[in-house]
Design a protein around this ligand. Structure first.
Ligand code: BTN
Length: 256
């Protein structure tokens, strides 16, 4: 697998060091432990199967072996810790671009970290970071993508989809990964050069301008998803007229 990924890979840093596991607990956990042992910027940790794949907000991430892309990238950005969401934005935009380049499918993002096809979840991003003072030490961006997943095997309540389901044929995971690494590297370079991707990210968010229900650590909130601010927080206009700034949450329902 690492040989196949490196074969023709057109990146300078991202994905040049590869740790491949047929089976691992979580690629984010493995990448974090490699980061703590000094692994290089751009290190790719990829697995065919995770035994303890992690989703956002403490959830599990389930993916049958042989069908999905499950990987984490290690970054050592020169960036303030409060700017870490920029990495998630850059990776989300890169993934979306790669899906379209390889399959012609229009992919969208959903605040804060979902990747959507035809309004259904096709993937997600989990960002773990470590800061020293106000500066980022390292950031691990974990990406799970339903590539060739047979969605008939999922409970309907999952409301998930896969690239294969949307495009109607099997897609090469290696080709999609290589393209994702190229797109992510380009956006990472731009971020490091001082370009802040929030405008483009906001434009890619399917949820803006709609009424939503939001699960926040403080409970369920409903209102109009009006905008995102510079740091990627969602600005929710409550029915009372008050604007609520939400950094951590999950859109659970889009009424009507
Ligand atoms: C979410 O939508 O909740 C985020 C899911 C992120 C899943 C990926 S799979 C590869 C990486 N390793 C993990 O344990 N999680 C992320």
């Amino acid at each position: 697998m690492p040989e196949a990924i490196l074969d023709g890979l057109r990146t300078e840093v991202v994905g040049r060091q590869i740790h491949y596991f047929e089976r691992v607990d979580s690629t984010n956990a493995a990448a974090t432990s490699l980061a703590q042992r000094g692994a290089a910027e751009g290190t790719l940790v990829i697995a065919d199967e995770q035994t303890a794949g992690r989703g956002r907000l403490g959830r599990r991430w389930l993916a049958p072996p042989g069908s999905c892309l499950l990987f984490s990238l290690l970054f050592r950005p020169v960036l303030e810790a409060r700017r870490a969401q920029g990495l998630t934005m850059a990776c989300g935009l890169g993934i979306r671009e790669a899906i379209t380049a390889v399959t012609n499918l229009p992919a969208q993002l959903k605040w804060p970290n979902d990747i959507l096809l035809s309004n259904r979840k096709a993937g997600g991003i989990l960002t773990d970071m470590h800061a020293v003072g106000a500066r980022l030490d390292y950031v691990v961006v974990g990406i799970g993508l339903n590539v060739n997943l047979d969605i008939a095997a999922l409970p309907a309540s999952f409301r998930a989809t896969s690239i294969r389901h949307e495009v109607g044929h099997t897609v090469s995971r290696v080709r999609l990964l290589q393209q994702a690494l190229v797109c992510i590297e380009e956006r990472y370079k731009a971020l490091q050069a001082g370009e802040w991707p929030v405008k483009e990210w906001a434009a890619a968010l399917q949820t803006l301008g709609q009424r939503v229900q939001l699960q926040t650590p403080e409970g369920l909130r409903e209102g109009l998803a009006e905008a995102v601010d510079d740091e990627g927080a969602l600005l929710l206009r409550l029915d009372s007229g008050r604007l609520l700034r939400v950094l951590v949450g999950d859109i659970v329902l889009q009424p009507g």
